[in-house]
Design a protein around this ligand. Structure first.
Ligand code: MV4
Length: 449
């Protein structure tokens, strides 16, 4: 096992990794920007190294400074958390070239899944169901005929995209050439690559993703699904496990399709296969080759420490459980507590004046904030994750209401008031929502405070 791990991240996820390391007897190195000298991850780690100025480009994305921090401290492995360098294949390559270990998949698999056309073709060949559409790249010449065959509406997506950027719907043949050129322009500006592909546009799907773990001994397991349909502008707001839309048989079916595929691929580490789910069918959209923000809901229902497994897998250890050992127990919901206006989502950095976390059975609050802490304006606005677990979904909702009432984060605006409303909405209580539900709900609320 590693003796010392460097965490190339900040905030709650840096704490999450430090905690796993400490339980495993692994020493930890925090890295930080000058804006984060007072941050909790710096205080909680055994050692810390300042990387540079506040901007992410000069600190948390500064690869030479991170490698140097490893060399100075003698850290043998790097956990990238999520965001920042977590899906940067070049970073994984450089870490390897320096004789260090990247706690994550191989650079080749990161690269493969980062290109959405390659990802889709690869998983399709491995037996994962995909959205009907172009076989790879679509040209302006082929597009009209293909769209006619697929049937409108169609969606143009950027191969370098993800998270919704460079995505355009064409509802009819008249809209096609404009959608194509808009998608290309956006993709070129955002990613420097204007290659696009075409898919049938699914009108009212849910976003359901499967968490997997794969070790270097050829074993792959799945930890069930997370329903992340409640999003705003491609930012997840509320995630739950299991999905209110799936039964045990559907879970086992898609779970075994995915684990068999990733076994064939020779995938390593934690990963998430994202699907759209509509009318009882799954359609692959993307694979994330990293630990995800919402991993705790899967941990809650399986009892598996995903970060611990990531670290053990990277060190070459075999998972000491099989699919049969994984039993899904109860229901879990995560609410993302952001430092934002709860209805406009405008960022609200500033100083936390009062902070009280909820507790009790089935309640977890992952956060790096504390009373008197000043949230800097330079990074994303996730301030905490409230994760609630109970015997079934109904009790989970009751527990979530109770926990939200205990939670106090004063001095800044947060998304807490939104969740106070959501837990009382009939559609949410019934689990009856698609990927469009939240945006429609917010639009109907109208301008607030
Ligand atoms: C789609 C889709 C409908 N049909 N693909 C958005 C981000 C990217 N990960 C994929 N996305 C979508 N792909 C087809 N063929 C609708 C979306 C989509 C979406 C997906 C998941 C969660 C929220 C979403 C919000 C808007 C659009």
């Amino acid at each position: 096992m590693f003796e010392k791990v460097l965490i190339a991240n900040r905030g709650e996820i840096a704490l999450r990794v430090i905690r796993a390391c400490r339980e495993m007897g692994i020493a930890t190195v925090a890295v930080h920007s000058t804006a984060d000298s007072e941050a909790m991850h710096v205080r909680l780690a055994d050692e810390s190294v300042c990387l540079g100025p506040p901007s992410a480009a000069q600190s948390y994305l500064n690869i030479p400074a991170i490698i140097a921090a490893c060399e100075i401290t003698g850290a043998e492995a790097i956990h990238p958390g999520y965001g920042f360098l977590s899906e940067n294949a070049k970073f994984a390559d450089i870490i390897k070239e320096h004789g260090l270990t990247f706690i994550g998949p191989t650079a080749d698999h990161i690269r493969m899944m980062g290109d959405k056309i390659t990802a889709k073709q690869t998983v399709k060949e491995l037996g994962i169901p995909t959205v009907p559409g172009s076989d790879g790249e679509v040209t302006d010449t082929d597009a009209p005929k293909l769209a006619g065959e697929i049937g409108y509406p169609v969606l143009i997506k950027a191969t370098a995209g993800g998270g919704g950027r460079g995505m355009k719907v064409a509802k009819s043949a008249e809209e096609l050439s404009f959608a194509l050129s808009q998608a290309r322009t956006e993709a070129k500006a955002a990613f420097g690559n204007d290659t696009v592909y075409m898919e049938k546009y699914l009108q009212k799907p849910r976003h359901i993703e499967i968490q997997i773990l794969a070790d270097s001994h050829g074993k792959v397991v799945h930890l069930g699904e997370r329903d992340c349909s409640l999003q705003r502008r491609h930012q997840k707001v509320w995630e739950e496990a299991g999905s209110p839309a799936l039964n045990a048989q559907e879970r086992d079916e898609i779970g075994s399709i995915v684990t068999r595929a990733l076994e064939k691929l020779g995938y390593l580490g934690a990963g998430t296969i994202e699907f759209l789910y509509e009318d009882g069918r799954f359609y692959f959209i993307e694979m994330n080759t990293r630990l995800q923000v919402e991993h705790p809901v899967s941990e809650a229902i399986t009892g598996i420490d995903i970060v611990r497994e990531q670290i053990r897998i990277a060190a070459g250890a075999a998972m000491d459980f099989t699919q049969k050992d994984i039993v899904f127990e109860g229901h879990a919901i995560e609410c993302r507590i952001n430092a934002e206006n709860p209805f406009t989502f405008r960022p609200s950095p500033g100083t936390i004046t009062q902070f009280h976390t909820p507790g009790g059975l089935g309640v977890r609050f992952d956060s790096a904030i504390y009373s008197g802490y000043r949230i800097p304006p330079f990074y994303d606005s996730l301030a905490g994750k409230l994760v609630v677990h109970a015997k079934n979904r109904n009790e989970c909702l009751l527990r979530l209401r109770r926990a939200l009432n205990e939670l106090v984060v004063d001095g800044i605006e947060t998304t807490i008031p939104l969740f106070q409303k959501l837990v009382r909405e009939p559609d949410i209580i019934d689990g009856d929502y698609s990927i469009h539900w939240l945006e429609k709900y917010l639009a109907n609320l109208g301008p607030q405070s």
